[in-house]
Design a protein around this ligand. Structure first.
Ligand SMILES: NC(=O)c1ccc[n+]([C@@H]2O[C@H](COP(=O)([O-])OP(=O)(O)OC[C@H]3O[C@@H](n4cnc5c(N)ncnc54)[C@H](OP(=O)(O)O)[C@@H]3O)[C@@H](O)[C@H]2O)c1
Length: 327
């Protein structure tokens, strides 16, 4: 496993880290036993950074992480998120009182005195234009409740606005073979400002593993069943917002440039890691085999110029018009 500096936090994090939405909810059934195995396997493989949120399974993901960490002496950074417990989910809700309450709840769930990193959980765009939101986070830092804060964004424009606030240490954003816009303007600017970049949906919700077909069925409580058109939350969070049939055809094109002996999931993760502005990818996993496989991306050689060119062309010809102007 290779490690990279996570922006202003100075945390040295595993370049392949772990997303833990799957061990909360919204991905069909993942038993407690499987969930705990996912976390244990990650630690055994050198992963030292987990991404979670207070709403994943209404705290289940945070509590499972805390339980497993209580059984090991390894030091693991845990990044959580706050804001999505707001009902209604409004920019005004991102105030000191509510953020403090969310942080207190996460501290309890995670059994910590201080949170390593708190990310605003895709707030309404207006929140980025309210300096008082970031002042509230500064206060929580001063009070010792959080060590660092960052944002999780839907759109590149939100990321660009967020990094104008000097306290923002990290940005979490969707970036994958089907979502290439962040690298154009945002990555160089984030690097200049020493902002860490957490890449979510590296596998476009599993599509970029190459295992999904038209015949694949998803459980009713899996967002890939109920959010394909953004019925519950931003459409871009499910399959990266790419039309399912278009995506499946694009996956077949990727298969043609896949090197022998490399899985498509590893190839897709390696493509992301080959962008030096990226601090880490946080693929989600529903079982330990997926974790064990995903960490192997760290040891793969860089993609060749030919492979990079083929994936750029694929994006330009099949995907760009569907996503580039939206996120
Ligand atoms: N708003 C936000 O801040 C936000 C939103 C979304 C996600 N996130 C975070 O980002 C993390 C990653 O995003 P994501 O989980 O939505 O998408 P993802 O990482 O692109 O996809 C995860 C899915 O890919 C499949 N997979 C993983 N490893 C695999 C492997 N080696 N081989 C085959 N299939 C594999 C699994 O699908 P199956 O379940 O079908 O096995 C898994 O559930 C989340 O866990 C969460 O921590 C944050």
């Amino acid at each position: 496993m290779q490690y990279r500096k996570l922006g202003k936090t100075n945390f040295n994090v595993s370049e392949v880290s772990l997303g833990t939405w799957q061990i909360g909810a919204s991905w069909g059934n993942v038993s407690d036993q499987d969930a705990e195995r996912v976390v244990h396997a990650a630690i055994e493989k050198g992963i030292n950074f987990f991404d979670t949120a207070d709403v994943y399974g209404d705290g289940r993901s945070e509590r499972l992480i805390a339980k497993v960490l209580s059984e090991t002496s390894e030091q693991v950074f845990v990044a959580t998120k706050a804001g999505r417990r707001l009902q209604p989910h409004t920019a005004e809700g991102y105030n000191h009182e509510n953020l403090s309450a969310f942080v207190e709840r996460s501290l309890k769930n995670l059994r910590r005195e201080t949170l390593d990193l708190v990310q605003l959980h895709c707030p309404p765009v207006e929140a980025y234009y309210r300096p008082e939101v970031f002042a509230a986070l500064d206060e929580l830092k001063l009070a010792g409740k959080i060590r660092h804060y960052g944002v999780s964004v839907e759109k590149v424009e939100e990321a660009l606005k967020a990094i104008e606030y000097p306290g923002v240490a990290t940005v979490q954003i969707i970036f994958n073979i089907f979502r290439q816009r962040p690298k154009d303007l945002f990555f160089p600017l984030a690097q200049q400002r020493d902002v860490g970049i957490l890449v979510r949906l590296p596998l476009a919700s599993g599509l970029l593993s190459g295992k999904i077909s038209r015949q694949t069925s998803f459980a009713p409580d899996d967002h890939r069943s109920y959010n394909r058109n953004g019925e519950q939350f931003d459409r871009g969070e499910t399959f990266s917002g790419v039309d399912f049939d278009v995506a499946l055809e694009a996956v077949e094109e990727i298969r043609r440039v896949l090197p022998d002996g490399t899985t498509m999931a590893n190839f897709a993760l390696r493509w992301i890691l080959d962008h030096e502005a990226v601090s880490c990818v946080i693929p989600g996993a529903r079982n330990e085999q997926q974790v064990i496989q995903n960490v192997m991306a760290s040891a793969l050689p860089h993609l060749t110029a030919g492979q990079m060119g083929a994936l750029a062309k694929l994006y330009d010809t099949r995907i760009r018009s569907l996503v580039h102007q939206r996120w």
